[in-house]
Design a protein around this ligand. Structure first.
Ligand code: CTP
Ligand code: MG
Length: 228
C-alpha cells in the first residue's frame, strides 16, 4: 500500500530558542530532520517525500540530503507564512498517489509500524490521525478563572502523521485557503467539510520538538532505543 508524504520543515522554531530552524539541531550526530526523513527512507510503502522548506535554507537542506544519503525526496518546495500554507504548497506537488501523509519535520520518533496502521485506516476511512489519550485534566479558562472542566475520557492529543485520500485533503486545503480559514491541524480542515476522521492510537514518545525541554525527552528516547 503506497503513499507519498509531505513534510513541512519551513518553520522558524521560535519557541525552541535555538537561534535557528530546529530541524538543524543535532541529536546523536544527526539533524532532527534527518531522523524524521530516515523513517520514511526505511518504509517500503513510502514512494516519495515532498519536503517543504524555507527558500533561504534550500542549500543547507540539499547538503544534508546528500551527506546523509536521503534518496526519496522528489520535490523541495517553498513554505508559506503559516504551517497550513506550507502544507498546501507541498500537497500541490503530490502526483500518482491515492494516499498522502502529512508529517511534521520536527517529529522524529514516529515508527514504520504506526505509519502502516495509519495508512490502512486512511485507505478505509478517507482520513486518519495518530493521537494519544490526554493524561492531564483539561480545563477551559477565561480571565484567570476556570470556566469548565472537560470530560477527559473523550479527549485525544492529536499528533502527526495525518493521512488522507489525496483528493479529499486537497479540496479541504483549497476551501480553507479560499475562505481564509486557518486550522490548528490538517484533519480539522477535513472535519469542517463534514467528513469523518478515524483515530489511530499512537505512542506518547512521538513528541514534536517544540521547546528546549523537548530536547531532554528526545535524548532519553534515543538513548532508550540505542540500548535495545
Ligand atoms: N512549519 C512550516 N511552515 C511554517 C510553520 C511551520 O513548514 N510556516 C513546520 C515546522 O518546520 C515544523 C512543523 O511545521 O516541522 C510544526 O510546526 P511548529 O512545531 O510550530 O514549528 P515552528 O513553526 O518552526 O516553531 P515555532 O512555532 O516555535 O516558531
Ligand atoms: Mg509554528
Amino acid at each position: 500500500m503506497f503513499y507519498q508524504v509531505v513534510i513541512p520543515a519551513a518553520g522558524q522554531g521560535k519557541r525552541m530558542k535555538a537561534g535557528k530552524n530546529k530541524q538543524f539541531i543535532e541529536l546523536y550526530d544527526q539533524p532532527v530532520i534527518v531522523h524524521t526523513l530516515k523513517v520514511f527512507e526505511r518504509d517500503e510503502w513510502c514512494e516519495g517525500i515532498i519536503l517543504v522548506i524555507n527558500e533561504a535554507e534550500r542549500e543547507r537542506f540539499n547538503e544534508i540530503l546528500k551527506r546523509f544519503s536521503i534518496k526519496k525526496v522528489i520535490s523541495m518546495v517553498s513554505g508559506g507564512a503559516e504551517r497550513q500554507h506550507s502544507v498546501y504548497n507541498g500537497l500541490k506537488k503530490v502526483k500518482n498517489s491515492d494516499i498522502v501523509l502529512i508529517h511534521d519535520g520536527a517529529r522524529p520518533f514516529i515508527t514504520v509500524e504506526k505509519i502502516h496502521e495509519l495508512v490502512q485506516a486512511a485507505k478505509e476511512h478517507g482520513a486518519a490521525v495518530v493521537a494519544v489519550p490526554v493524561k492531564d485534566t483539561i480545563k477551559r479558562g477565561f480571565d484567570g478563572y476556570v470556566h469548565e472542566t472537560m470530560e477527559r475520557s473523550s479527549l485525544w492529543a492529536v499528533q502527526t502523521p495525518q493521512a488522507f485520500h489525496v483528493s479529499l485533503v486537497l479540496e479541504a486545503h483549497e476551501r480553507a485557503f479560499l475562505e481564509g480559514y486557518i486550522g490548528t491541524d490538517d484533519a480539522s480542515l477535513v472535519e469542517r467539510m463534514g467528513k469523518q476522521v478515524k483515530i489511530v492510537e499512537g505512542d506518547y514518545r512521538n513528541i514534536k520538538l517544540t521547546t528546549p525541554d523537548d530536547l531532554l525527552f528526545a535524548q532519553a528516547i534515543l538513548s532508550s532505543w540505542s540500548s535495545c
